[in-house]
Design a protein around this ligand. Structure first.
Ligand SMILES: Nc1ncnc2c1ncn2[C@@H]1O[C@H](COP(=O)(O)OP(=O)(O)OP(=O)(O)O)[C@@H](O)[C@H]1O
Ligand SMILES: [Mg+2]
Length: 375
C-alpha cells in the first residue's frame, strides 16, 4: 500500500500541494485527475522520489520512502510518461531491455521477458528491431507500457500515457490496460485529464484541484454523489449515461411499494388497489416481506367469489430483479417479460422495492433535460 500523510510541496514560494493524505491499496488502479497545474504529476513523481515532499511522509508497505535508496526504490516502480519517453536512437528491443541490462540480469532471461512483454502489449516480435520513429503513436505507447513492466515491479506510475492518441486507439489501449490489470493486479497510479478514461479504468478516482484532493472515491460514487459543485462540473451532468451500469435498481426503486398479505380476501385486495391507485399488489409474508406472488385486477375480475384468499389466486411465477441490477438489466427484464413493474428482491427473496415504468422513464429522460426543468 502507498500512503500519503499530510504531504505538501512548495516550489520556491508557491505551494503546489497542500497537505494531502490518501492511501492507494495494493493491486488497485487509482486515477489522479484534475485541471492542468493542479499537482497530478508532482504527486506521481513523489512516489518514485523524482520529487521530494516539502513536508509530510510517504510510505510504501509501511516503509518511509525518504529513507530508501532511490535506485532501489525505482527498481520496484515502473514509470510510463506522456509521449512514451522512448530513446529514439535505440531499437524497440534496446528500449525495452535497457533497465534489465543496467541491472545486469541474465541475457537469456531478458530476451525471454522481452518476448513475453511484447505479447502482453499486443505487439508482434517483428517490431523489436525497429526504431521508435518507425512505429505509430499507439505502438510506441505500447512499448512504453511494456518497458514499465520489464522488471516486474509491484507499482506502475503512468502519467497521461494515452493522451496523444486518437480516440479509437486510446479506447482500445484503455480496454487492454483493464484486461492486463485484471491478470497482473499491479498497484497502478494513472494520471489523466479525461473523466471518461478515468471512469473506464479506475478502481478509485482522486479528483484534485489547486493542490488539494477534492474527492477520492470509486467511479460509481463520484458519478452518483459528487462531493461539491467542482466535482459535478468536472464530471459533467450526463456522464453517468456513459456508464448506465452504475444506475442500479436500488437507486430508482420505490422503497415502500403497496403490498398485501396472502391471507387477505380478494375483495379487500381490490379495495386496497382502488384506494392506493395501483395496478398490482405485491403479496408478501412476514416481517421480512418474503415475496410470494403478484395479484392483478384482471385476475380478480374473473373471480366471482370475493371471499377467495389472495394466496389462492396470486401469480406465483413472476419476473423480478436484484437491487444491484443496472438500468440496462431492468430494461431487459421489462422487454423479455412484457411487464411494466419489476419487484426488486434480496437474495433471500425478500421484497426490497419496486421499479415502475414511470421510474424508468423519469430516470431515462433525465439525460435529455436540464436540471430543474419541468418535464
Ligand atoms: N520544477 C518546478 N518548479 C516550479 N514549479 C513547478 C515545478 N514543477 C511543477 N511546478 C508547478 O507546480 C504546479 C503543479 O504542477 P504539476 O506538473 O504537478 O501539474 P499537473 O497537474 O501534472 O498538470 P498537467 O495536467 O498540466 O500535467 C504547477 O503550477 C506547476 O507550474
Ligand atoms: Mg502533469
Amino acid at each position: 500500500m502507498i500512503k500519503f500523510e499530510n504531504v505538501s510541496k512548495k516550489f520556491k514560494d508557491t505551494k503546489v500541494l497542500k497537505d494531502i493524505s490518501f492511501d492507494i491499496e495494493k493491486g488497485q488502479l487509482v486515477v489522479l485527475i484534475g485541471l492542468s497545474g493542479c499537482g497530478k504529476t508532482t504527486t506521481l513523481k513523489m512516489i518514485n522520489k523524482l520529487i521530494k515532499p516539502t513536508t509530510g511522509r510517504i510510505t510504501i508497505d509501511g516503509e518511509d520512502i525518504s529513507r530508501k535508496d532511490p535506485i532501489e526504490l525505482r527498481r520496484n516502480i515502473g514509470y510510463v510518461i506522456q509521449q512514451t519517453g522512448l530513446f529514439p536512437h535505440m531499437t524497440i528491443r534496446e528500449n525495452t531491455e535497457i533497465i534489465a541490462k543496467v541491472e545486469k540480469l541474465d541475457p537469456v532471461k531478458i530476451s525471454e521477458k522481452t518476448e513475453e512483454l511484447m505479447e502482453m502489449v499486443g505487439l508482434s516480435e517483428e517490431f523489436l528491431d525497429r526504431y521508435p520513429s518507425e512505429l505509430s503513436g499507439g505502438q510506441q505507447q505500447r512499448v512504453g507500457v511494456a518497458r514499465a513492466f520489464a522488471l516486474d515491479p509491484d507499482i506502475i506510475l503512468m502519467d497521461e500515457p494515452f493522451s496523444a492518441l486518437d480516440p479509437i486507439t486510446r479506447t482500445s489501449l484503455q480496454e487492454e490496460l483493464v484486461n492486463l490489470q485484471s491478470k497482473v493486479r499491479k498497484t497502478i497510479v494513472f494520471v489523466t485529464h479525461d473523466m471518461s478514461e478515468a471512469i473506464k479504468i479506475a478502481d478509485k478516482i482522486c479528483i484534485m484541484d489547486k493542490g488539494e484532493i477534492i474527492q477520492y472515491d470509486t467511479p460509481e460514487n463520484i458519478l452518483k454523489y459528487p462531493s461539491n459543485d467542482f466535482v459535478s462540473e468536472f464530471v459533467g451532468r450526463n456522464r453517468i449515461w456513459e456508464s448506465p451500469e452504475y444506475i442500479r435498481a436500488e437507486d430508482i426503486m420505490i422503497n415502500e411499494p403497496v403490498t398485501v398479505s396472502p391471507e387477505l380476501t380478494i375483495g379487500k385486495a381490490l379495495d386496497k388497489m382502488r384506494t392506493m391507485k395501483v395496478n398490482s399488489l405485491l403479496v408478501v409474508d412476514g416481517p421480512k416481506k418474503r415475496m410470494l406472488g403478484l395479484i392483478k385486477p384482471k385476475q380478480i375480475a374473473k373471480m366471482k367469489d370475493r371471499s377467495t384468499l389472495v394466496k389462492d389466486l396470486m401469480l406465483r411465477d413472476f419476473a423480478f430483479a436484484g437491487a444491484q441490477d443496472s438500468i440496462v438489466d431492468l430494461l431487459r427484464v421489462v422487454d423479455d417479460n412484457s411487464i411494466s413493474e419489476i419487484p426488486i428482491l434480496s437474495e433471500e427473496g425478500n421484497l426490497m422495492g419496486l421499479v415502475t415504468e414511470n421510474s424508468l422513464v423519469t430516470t431515462l429522460s433525465q439525460q435529455y433535460f436540464e436540471e430543474g426543468e419541468v418535464i
